[in-house]
Design a protein around this ligand. Structure first.
Ligand SMILES: Nc1ncnc2c1ncn2[C@@H]1O[C@H](COP(=O)(O)OP(=O)(O)OP(=O)(O)O)[C@@H](O)[C@H]1O
Ligand SMILES: [Mg+2]
Length: 449
């Protein structure tokens, strides 16, 4: 009950449904009560009218009244029957149990309708003086009349019994439909990823909540501006750091070429490694900033095998150094519609990871195939792979798995994700050996028009 009260307080939709339902219930009850009372009145009125018509009929036809024998009256008809007798005959009647005609009505009754008790039963009685001067009584038991009138009054409630649930359903449906734009709006915002800061479409929003949506759009605009500023700051900082880092690297190279004691050379080695790592970090930061900015990257027809070849030319020395067998499995080329630099950076990061995290003597396969409406590229290696619980996290910037000796900035897969988000590619991580759960197999699906 408490839960319902809380939901009622929190939900305008529920409050509206409940209030409208109660209002309908109240109106239906009032209308039903009114209909019941007037149907009851009408039924009584009609019964009186029947008595009048019977009396008029006897009068007009100048009929002579005969009283039926007790056994001739069947029980069902006895209940609802209309009794017609001469008023004067009532005085000769002895109150018998069969209550058959004539009944002892008081002879003093005046013409017209009245209700009175005769032989322990209530009767509605009409007395009429006929054209021949006889006084006749037309009577009916009130119990029977009331029962019939009530039955007819209950029947008049039938439309309300049908209409009430139908109205409730209509109101419920109407309220749900009225609030549907809000549900659609929240589902739309919920499905967005954190990069999608474009304004919400206000055109289908009801005018009551439009100011709210406009305010949200203004906030989204400010957030997008601020995110953009931060990205630009990171990109500018990386760019500014690049030149001094290159200079530092050159200085270290020159220093290494000079004569120096063995102890000094030993210390120079970590220095040059540190400088290389920093240069790699700066390059990756710049790549990430470029991948995240909605730049004017124009798509064109790109040959996947051509991209693979360019990457292998660059990275083959690294693979050779670790004695890794790297190659392209597919012989058939596929053209995809994408910006060439985007695809190059994306695949290069995947192949770079595969070489880096696959132990010496391993194997890396690159493949491409056409599948229905998409082109599917795969980079699979025979390294340790990435545990399922870690697979979502490796796309976070600066996330690196524990226990790896390889150096890296933790930005490669963030760059991959940024490019995929921007260009609408789908990147899935899996295992090369599904049974052993080892080896990383990255699948990139490029939807083709
Ligand atoms: N092929 C792979 N096999 C096993 N682990 C991998 C593989 N590729 C990525 N990982 C794991 O995912 C983490 C994140 O990879 P990511 O490419 O983002 O960063 P990184 O390689 O450490 O640095 P860099 O920015 O230089 O690429 C890595 O640290 C590694 O632990
Ligand atoms: Mg990497």
């Amino acid at each position: 009950m408490d839960g319902f009260k809380r939901r009622l307080r929190d939900s305008v939709q529920l409050r509206l449904s409940v209030t409208l339902s109660l209002a309908i219930l109240l109106v239906a009850l009032l209308a039903a009560a009114f209909a019941f009372v007037s149907a009851l009145d009408e039924a009584h009125e009609m019964q009186d009218e029947t008595l009048r018509q019977v009396a008029a009929l006897y009068d007009r036809q100048q009929m002579t009244l005969h009283y039926p024998a007790a056994q001739a009256v069947d029980d069902d008809n006895e209940e609802s029957r209309v009794i017609v007798q001469y008023l004067a005959d009532g005085s000769q009647a002895v109150g018998n149990d069969d209550a058959l005609l004539p009944l002892p009505f008081p002879t003093t009754l005046s013409d017209g309708l009245s209700t009175l008790k005769v032989t322990g039963e209530d009767f509605r009685v009409l007395v009429r003086t006929t054209a021949r001067g006889e006084r006749i009584v037309v009577a009916q038991e009130t119990g029977v009349r009331d029962k019939e009138a009530r039955e007819s009054a209950w029947r008049s409630l039938l439309p309300f019994l049908i209409l009430f649930p139908v109205l409730l359903l209509v109101v419920g449906d109407l309220v749900r439909k009225m609030f549907r734009p809000i549900a659609t709006l929240s589902a739309d915002i919920d499905q967005r990823d954190e990069q999608a800061l474009h304004p919400v479409d206000e055109s289908h929003v009801p005018s009551e909540i439009r100011p709210f949506v406009v305010a949200i759009n203004r906030l989204l605009g400010r957030v997008a501006q601020s995110v953009d500023n931060q990205r630009r700051f990171v990109a500018d900082a990386a760019h500014e750091l690049r030149s001094p880092m290159t200079a530092l690297s050159l200085q270290a190279e020159r220093l290494a070429a000079t004569e120096m004691p063995a102890a000094a050379r030993e210390r120079l080695l970590p220095l040059t490694r540190g400088i290389d790592r920093s240069r790699n970090l700066i390059d990756q930061l710049l790549s990430l900033a470029a991948a995240q900015s909605s730049s004017n990257a124009v798509p064109s027809r790109v040959s996947v095998l051509h991209i693979y070849r360019r990457i292998l030319e660059d990275l083959l020395p690294l693979a050779d150094r670790k004695n890794i067998d790297i190659g392209v499995e597919s012989s058939e080329d596929v053209q995809v519609s994408i910006n060439e630099t985007d695809l190059l950076i994306l695949i290069r990061n995947l192949v770079d990871n595969a070489i880096r995290y696959t132990p010496p003597g391993g194997r890396i396969d690159l493949s491409v195939k056409r599948e229905q409406a998409a082109v599917v590229l795969q980079v699979s290696d025979t390294g340790p792979g990435i545990a399922v619980e870690e697979q979502a996290r490796v796309f976070d910037p600066f996330y690196r798995s524990l226990g790896t000796d390889e150096s890296g900035s933790g930005l490669g897969l963030s760059i991959v994700k940024a490019i995929a988000d921007r260009t609408g590619l789908k990147v899935d991580l899996g295992f090369t050996d599904v049974i052993e759960r080892s080896g990383l197999c990255v699948t990139v699906s490029i939807g083709q028009p």
